[in-house]
Design a protein around this ligand. Structure first.
Ligand code: KIV
Ligand code: ZN
Length: 526
């Protein structure tokens, strides 16, 4: 275990997430120190659809090291030259954690590890009757002999060794213990119990670990797959029974339905057992990086790191969270480096809508709230979330519903001049509250120049807060939809949103601006 190995601490800032857990845990002789053996770069990378380049692996490895994992299984040295080069680069990267490579129980695989300079090997061989008979075509004696001789070979060559009985949870318990005992004697520093196809129950892994602990003296690791959705529960049950090394992957990526998720295991260990492992505040950042680099999308409802993990929409929940966030959150999102989100959508109540409008400094008359709530509900059909710009636009629509009102600003014409080696310039001709104005503006591009010209004509204090352009097809003659959000049309800090659709990007921008300005002038001020 390295310097960042976990410590057990039920005092101080550890939140009590459920008194029932605390009481249940106190009665258990669970492991008090747990090491995180991260296999994101090995088992995680084996997930169909993920293929990491050496640079991808190094980026993720640096983040995992910063997160504070103890052991990082970064690849399988025997698999390719590129894999060996990546392991070598990781050894030169000055990581604080221990870098490990996987190896089958054969000397050539160990030689491949030795070739990389990695000092820690995870050797394995299958011990279930199914794997031995049908896949390996080896007898149990041959399997045991391969396991032991490979551990001895690795130890003789100076490597630290963790050994796994692949498919342990479908292996004969007597043979399983015999193999683990033999590799312990051969010099392995820990043994791992893989639930290779994710079939075991928490209660069963608990008895298995307890039984192994009667005879095995070295630390026991667990490696749980998620085929039946029990990977994290099984990992925690194994720790309760005395396992002290958890194999995990960030976001739970891995073969088929994946492995026990690092973030879920780490949070459970901390909040339920007071066991500190990784730096929890870096969880969100690491998870997002792994999602981006692997391109493996995460479910919205993924525990701890999914985009809905701390998002609240329904009226009752938002109200509860506004009174006290713990009403509908198991722990504060900041603990894992995340933030709370109040989502405006079909299920929102007035509390959240008012809260959001206040945060955006949008004034909205109390007596028109029922109309606004109706408008939000009809806009959000089909589960659509309403973002800030859309909320402002809906609120304005409610307030400026009478489209026959005279417009404060009329666009009479505009021209832009742009190209290479010239300063982009825009000239607008408009009537502002009955007064004709012709104004020019310059900018970094035609849109910026048009914005500056319009601001000069209407109010120089006006600012463009945001604009969005979306093309409706992928062709150059596509229609485009422009949405702009402006502030301070009338020097009162209010935001106003305008939209326009057309074939010309700059023209659509100018029309959207005029639309936003007219909406602001048409708003009923309290
Ligand atoms: O799931 C598994 O059995 C493995 C082994 C290589 C340990 O990943
Ligand atoms: Zn695995």
């Amino acid at each position: 275990m390295n310097s960042r190995t976990s410590v057990n601490d039920m005092s101080g800032d550890v939140p009590e997430i459920s008194r029932y857990n605390r009481e249940a845990v106190l009665s258990l002789p669970h492991a008090s120190e747990v090491s995180i053996f991260d296999t994101t770069l090995r088992d995680g990378e084996q997930a169909p659809g993920i293929a990491l380049s050496p640079e991808d692996k190094i980026r993720i490895a640096l983040a995992l090291d910063d997160l504070g994992v103890d052991i990082m299984e970064a690849g399988f040295a025997a698999s390719s030259e590129v894999e060996r080069d990546t392991l070598k680069r990781l050894m030169d990267a000055g990581l604080k954690c221990t870098v490990c490579s996987l190896a089958r129980s054969r000397t050539s695989d160990v030689d491949a590890v030795l070739n990389t300079g990695v000092g820690y090997v995870h050797t394995f061989i299958a011990t279930s009757p199914l794997h031995m008979e049908r896949k390996l075509r080896m007898t149990s004696d041959q399997v045991k002999e391969a396991a032991v001789s490979t551990v001895e070979y690795a130890r003789d060559h100076g490597l630290r060794v963790q050994f796994s009985c692949e498919d342990a949870t479908r292996s004969d318990p007597i043979f399983l213990k015999e193999v683990y005992k033999a590799v312990e004697e051969a010099g392995a520093e820990s043994v791992n119990v893989p639930d290779t196809v994710g079939v075991i129950l928490p209660r069963a892994i608990s008895s298995l670990i307890k039984d192994l602990k009667k005879d095995i003296r070295i630390p026991i690791a667990v490696h749980c797959h998620n085929d039946l959705g029990l990977a994290v529960a099984n990992t925690i049950a194994a720790v309760e029974a005395g396992a002290s090394i958890c194999h995990v992957t960030v976001n739970g990526i891995g073969e088929r339905t994946g492995n026990a998720a690092l973030e879920e295991v780490a949070l459970n260990l901390y909040a339920n057992f007071g066991i500190r492992t990784v730096d929890l505040s870096k969880i969100m950042h690491t998870s997002a990086l792994v999602e981006r680099v692997t391109g493996f999308p995460m479910a919205f409802n993924k525990p701890i790191v999914g985009r809905n993990a701390f998002a609240h929409e329904s009226g009752i929940h938002v109200h509860g969270v506004m009174c006290d966030p713990l009403a509908y959150e198991p722990f504060p999102p900041e603990l894992v480096g995340a933030g709370r989100q109040i989502v405006i959508g079909k299920h929102s109540g007035e509390h959240s809508v008012k809260g959001r409008l206040e945060a955006l400094k949008v004034r909205f008359p109390e007596d028109r709230m029922p109309e606004l709530m109706d408008a939000i509900k009809s806009f959000a059909v089909g589960g659509k979330e309403i973002d800030d710009m859309e909320l402002i636009a809906i609120a304005e629509n409610v307030l400026t519903g009478d489209q026959n009102k005279e417009k404060a600003v009329i666009l009479d014409g505009f021209a832009v001049f742009t190209g290479a080696g010239v300063e982009p310039t825009a000239t607008v001709t408009m009537t502002v509250k009955g007064e004709k104005r012709i104004v020019s503006g310059i900018g970094v591009g035609p849109v910026d120049a048009a914005m500056n010209a319009i601001a000069k004509a209407v109010n120089p204090n006006m600012t463009l807060e945001e604009y969005r352009l979306s093309a409706m097809t992928g062709r150059s003659d596509s229609m485009c939809e422009m949405t702009v959000m402006v502030k301070n049309v009338q020097d009162d800090g209010q935001l106003s949103v305008g939209t326009a659709v057309g074939l010309d990007v700059v023209r659509s921008f100018v029309e959207a601006m005029i639309n936003a300005i007219n909406r602001d002038f048409a708003k009923i001020r309290e």
